[in-house]
Write a protein that binds this ligand. Structure first.
Ligand code: AGP
Length: 606
């Protein structure tokens, strides 16, 4: 997705903007640009990488005010011309924009009728022309921006500079994140804290509808009706080191390898060995309220949704509350019935996924009680919910989610324990789960130690055009996540099915060219799963089994054997070998592992 960086202060803006844009590269983009103000606006923009942009920004690009952008094309092909910043016809105003202006065609037609000639095909360029017109009629840039945005329908995070006001940047947010960074006599803004942490850890998140004016000596924020708003700066506990590969070849491998520590952080200070409960103060709920829910509904997108399926299973098993998960992107559009006795749980690593945020807002509007399971502290979803559980997994840079997935599953185990122990979950079962959770980091380490073997298996299977992933009940969301990881980073077609459903259709696909990854934990469904393996093998299908015991050669060609935990927690450990399998398959196929084609880290558009 697109990225924004802005700077105003005593230093030269260009190197700071380029460094910030590099930090945002992980989000996915196709072109990049910067503009600095120094006796007029100086612009460079290119189709390609930030490194290509750096090559065309000359040393004489001086000036302490500037904005920069990485673009992920929506309106118009990736090209130098369509790259941001966009300038008004008189080259007075420059704008960078994330999001989509829905009435851009209509606004463009009006401007063209007034004689404005457009340089690009983008929706953003209308903003530059409209703000330039408003700047002629208003005393301040902030007023010009505020009034312009009244005529705009759609989502935006924007940064705007005016050649005639060389000491300020105006930023605004509606559905696309903007965070301010407070420095020593300098101010920053960006669409993601990743771009800021090298310079400051004091940040302020804008709310939808808010605008801010940044000057070297400070900032002020205001609402769309011009009323000033009060903001408390937050200190982010992520620093620049969190955004390095730390000696690993890819962020993805680093993040997979960090999981013993990240799941430990998710549990840290939350497990109680005396009463065998989980302390989740962030839920803002007393015991009576915790007991009152009769259903749990979980929403999230992509891998977050699959981790929600694991969560629903955990809550049903441990707390015996009917629970289910649904893609937030579907939920928000189907006019859901919102029930006062249901606890709604929204999951998001980034906390900025537009579909999940919109679903939360719809729930809140209808009076639903919504908690969040979120990684990014202070993000839009974290601010919108009534309470929640932070993952504390640290920034996840690679587009494919790994450590946030396992930390979310652990957070659900904590939530299930919490909900269960105020109901019928016995102290003995509570202790079993607490002890099982404590064993997870060491067991993840044992799985990671099998990386070489998993890399060999990945090489063996990566050449196939497609793979089937199957699992039953607890194993099914694991199969879905395994297939998701493989397809998104290796581009190998992967289909996930409940093992029980194979014979109702997809078995027709099974044969020597379609290997199956079978999730076969040692649980009450083991025999059923082994029967499925027999059915696959009888049709000439190759099987890679992931489970707790070495299968007979009759049932599987290969196996990854992992340590056993409590059956309810099995999905967490079963996921790890599939992450490694996808990673090594992608490496074997020479893919861009951390930035897979067509995808973005956080999907802040509809
Ligand atoms: C995961 O590998 C994907 N890149 C994607 O499905 C992701 O989980 C989804 O877009 C939700 O993101 P979020 O957790 O930041 O809301």
């Amino acid at each position: 997705m697109c990225g924004i960086v802005a700077y105003v202060g005593p230093k030269d803006a260009a190197p700071i903007l380029l460094e910030g844009l590099q930090r945002l590269e992980y989000r996915g983009y196709d072109s990049a640009g910067v503009v600095v103000s120094n006796k007029g606006l100086k612009v460079r923009k290119v189709k390609g990488r930030v490194a290509d942009l750096a090559k065309v920004v000359p040393a004489r690009f001086k000036g302490g005010l500037g904005i920069g952008h990485t673009r992920w094309a929506t309106h118009g092909v990736p090209s130098d011309v369509n790259a941001h910043p966009h300038l008004s016809a008189d080259e007075r105003i420059a704008v960078v924009h994330n999001g989509i202006i829905e009435n851009a065609a209509e606004l463009r037609a009006k401007l063209e009728a007034d004689g404005v000639v457009f340089a690009s095909e983008t929706d953003t360029e209308v903003l530059a022309h409209l703000i330039a017109h408003a700047a002629d009629e208003n005393e301040t840039l902030e007023e010009a921006v505020r009034k312009t945005l009244k005529s705009v329908v759609g989502t935006y995070g924007i940064a705007v500079i005016d050649a005639e006001r060389p000491g300020e940047v105006v930023v605004a947010r509606n559905g696309s994140p903007i965070v301010l960074g407070i420095g020593e006599k300098e101010m920053f803004a960006a669409s993601d804290v990743a771009a800021l942490v090298r310079y400051t850890r004091q940040v302020v998140h804008l709310e939808d509808g808010e605008l801010a004016v940044l000057k070297a000596d400070g900032f002020h924020t205001f609402a769309s009706d011009a009323r000033e708003t009060a903001k408390e700066p937050l200190t982010v506990d992520w620093d620049a080191g969190h955004y390095d590969t730390g000696g690993y070849e890819h962020y993805l491998l680093k993040e997979i390898s960090e999981q013993p520590e990240t799941v430990t952080r998710t549990m840290s200070g939350r497990l109680d060995e005396r009463f065998h409960v989980a302390h989740l103060g962030g839920l803002n709920m007393d015991a009576r309220e915790t007991r009152s829910f009769r259903r749990v509904k979980i929403i999230g997108c992509g891998s977050a949704y699959y981790s929600g399926q694991i969560g629903a299973q955990l809550i049903e098993e441990l707390a015996r509350i009917p629970s289910d998960a649904e893609p937030a992107s579907e939920f928000r559009y189907r006019n859901p019935v919102v029930d006062p006795d249901t606890l709604y749980v929204a999951i998001s690593q980034s906390g900025e996924t537009y579909d999940t945020l919109a679903a939360v807002q719809e729930l809140k509007r209808k009076g639903g009680r919504v908690i969040g399971i979120v990684n990014a502290v202070g993000s839009a979803i974290a601010r919108e919910v009534d309470g929640g559980i932070y993952l504390h997994a640290g920034p996840e840079v690679s587009v494919a989610s790994t450590k946030a997935f396992t930390s979310t599953a652990v957070a659900f185990a904590l939530l299930a324990l919490h909900l269960g122990r105020v109901r019928d979950l016995s102290p003995a079962d509570g202790r079993r789960i607490v002890e099982g959770l404590r064993r997870l980091p060491g067991q993840i380490g044992e799985i990671l130690a099998q990386s070489d073997k998993i890399a060999e298996l990945a090489k063996k299977y990566a050449g196939h055009a497609g793979m089937m992933f199957v699992g039953r009940v607890r194993g099914y969301p694991v199969a879905r996540e395994g297939a998701q990881k493989l397809k998104e980073i290796s581009y190998v077609h992967a289909e996930a099915y409940p093992a029980s459903e194979l014979k109702h259709g997809p078995l027709a696909l099974i044969g020597p060219d379609m290997p199956t990854v079978a999730i076969v934990p040692d649980d009450e469904l083991l025999d059923k799963n082994l029967t499925t393996l027999g059915e696959i093998r009888a049709r000439g299908g190759q099987v890679l089994m992931v489970g707790h015991r070495e299968p007979s050669a009759k049932l599987a060609d290969d196996a990854i054997v992992i340590p056993k935990n409590e059956i309810e927690l099995d999905p967490i450990l079963l996921t790890i070998p599939l992450q490694l399998f996808a990673y090594y398959a992608a490496v074997a196929l020479g893919r861009d592992v951390d930035k897979p084609r067509n995808l973005a880290k956080s999907v802040t558009v509809e």
